[in-house]
Design a protein around this ligand. Sequence first.
Ligand code: SAM
Length: 252
Amino acid sequence: MSGGAGKGGGKGGPGSGKNSSGRGSGARELGVRLKTARGRTHSSQLWLERQLNDPYVARAKREGRRSRAIYKLIEIDEKARLLKPGQRVLDLGAAPGGWSQLAAEITDSINGRGKVVAIDLLPIDPLPGVDFVQMDFMDDAAPERLREMLGGPADLVLSDMAANTVGHRATDHLRIVALVEAAAYFAVEVLSPGGAFLAKVFQGGTEGDILTLLKRDFAVVKHIKPAASRAGSSEIYVLATGFRGRKEPTPD
Ligand SMILES: C[S@@+](CC[C@H](N)C(=O)[O-])C[C@H]1O[C@@H](n2cnc3c(N)ncnc32)[C@H](O)[C@@H]1O
């Protein structure tokens, strides 16, 4: 499953003629150039042009999805079959809510089956079937709060968290690693046996201690680059499935 990503129009992508309900997603809407950059920085100009030319952004708008990010989870889920009705799912870094939206639909938490708990630094508009808290996941109080909201062991822990970059390579790398590490350590505390963990990591994949932890505690660990991941972006995802269960501390 690792690798295999292409640019925007991969299998099931916006150019494939298939949408999340399998019909009628049509042409790419490419080629918008902004006439004026007055008042915009160069990077915000590039961002805006990329948004306007991104077929997944257009598709998300058409299909009433909260974000283009949802198509990454749809693609991963189509291959790995992570989401199932009745599950308890935790979504870390959920705003604006695409992944939570999909999780609520498939778990059926919308109809009171299963549970989807989500956290983000930013607010989200309320989503049916999603219990959301606006909070820093790195806050000392976050684990307890999330545990309370879950009300029991999770079947799936998702993390699409991305730290704000400051432009200093080493600092940015440390911040990214710290987030993934915290997500992985929390996942092994709240998952039930057989559960899964999916997290955004960046170039180079999962390294060092996190990889050791995941390989010890999960039956299978893979890296995935979904087609909906922006071309040129260094993001990839680590997927760990078949959680072996918590190791009870051994008495001295
Ligand atoms: C790429 S977006 C997530 C998109 C989301 N999966 C979706 O489908 O709409 C990454 C999110 O991670 C959040 N984030 C980054 N650091 C965080 C932290 N320490 N605690 C909570 N959320 C965090 C950001 O605020 C941002 O909304």
